[in-house]
Design a protein around this ligand. Structure first.
Ligand code: COA
Length: 238
């Protein structure tokens, strides 16, 4: 009777060890963490290419990587509230946001560099594009389309795009600037300190500091008085 029981227990033990072995062998040694895709809200902090200070990353905030990026290409300072979406279609491009910025539902698409200063206010619907995305030569755009058709369904339909033929230039937005809703800021533009960009403007050329620009292409419509330079004491009462 005891022998029967012993054989039965041994059989159960063998079964348990076999299924545990199968479970270990069928699961990968380490979890595979993909560095491509959309990293939304606070999840973005976990990406190796994102460096973020003490700022609020709203659920509307996101960084989309179409390729693996390991070196920091998104830098965010302190005291910001961000609801924007940053998109890297290729393995170049960077976005730097200073301190105290409020950025609403804006899209920033970078293949070169976008630098936003401190205490910048940006509304929703803004598009910041530091490159043209395609060549002015129609033959290159046909090549783009042919490659897209070939790579469609691979998970990244522009994986073989030829970025060498795309014009790219850095964008800089100075401290204290305010960009109105639905504005478009194109490659190579520097927006000066304290400048204001009117709603729905298309900014194709540099904007002088302490001016208001509006229209398409954006033109100066007003000049502002900067006033006294900001001191640390100016902000401490809030
Ligand atoms: C149209 C475009 C491709 C032209 O690029 P480009 O040949 O490098 O043009 P430049 O920057 O040299 O500008 C040439 C002139 O056109 C004006 N201009 C350019 N784009 C303009 C626009 N969208 N609206 C109004 N004026 C525009 C510039 O102000 C400049 O005029 P100026 O010399 O009198 O100041 C580019 O300006 C653009 O719109 N890029 C975005 C393309 C896009 O939508 N890509 C998204 C994915 S498909």
């Amino acid at each position: 009777m005891i022998d029967v029981l012993r054989r039965h227990l041994a059989r159960i033990g063998r079964k348990v060890r076999a299924s545990a072995k199968t479970a270990i062998e069928s699961s990968p040694a380490r979890p595979v963490v993909s560095k491509t895709g959309l990293f939304q809200g606070n999840v973005a902090r976990s990406h190796p290419a994102v460096k973020c200070g003490e700022s609020i990353l709203d659920k509307g905030f996101g960084v989309e990587f179409r390729t693996d990026r390991n070196e920091p290409c998104v830098e965010i300072g302190n005291e910001c509230i961000l609801k924007c979406k940053i998109i890297f279609e290729t393995d170049t491009g960077s976005v730097k946001i200073g301190d105290g910025c409020y950025i609403g539902g804006t899209r920033i698409i970078s293949a070169q560099s976008v630098e936003i200063g401190n205490w910048v206010t940006m509304a929703w619907g803004i598009m910041i594009y530091d490159h043209n995305s395609h060549s002015l030569d129609f033959r290159e755009r046909i090549n783009d389309q042919k490659r897209q058709l070939k790579d469609w369904g691979s998970g990244n339909f522009i994986r073989n795009k030829n970025w060498d033929v795309v014009d790219k230039k850095p964008i800089r937005i100075g401290d204290y600037a305010w960009i109105g809703f639905d504005a478009v800021i194109l490659k190579g533009v520097t927006i000066g300190e304290g400048a204001v960009v009117g709603a729905r403007s298309v900014v194709t050329r540099d904007v002088e500091p302490w001016t208001v620009v509006a229209g398409n292409p954006a033109q100066v419509v007003k000049r502002l008085t900067p006033g006294e330079p900001l001191t640390s004491g100016d902000l401490s009462e809030i």
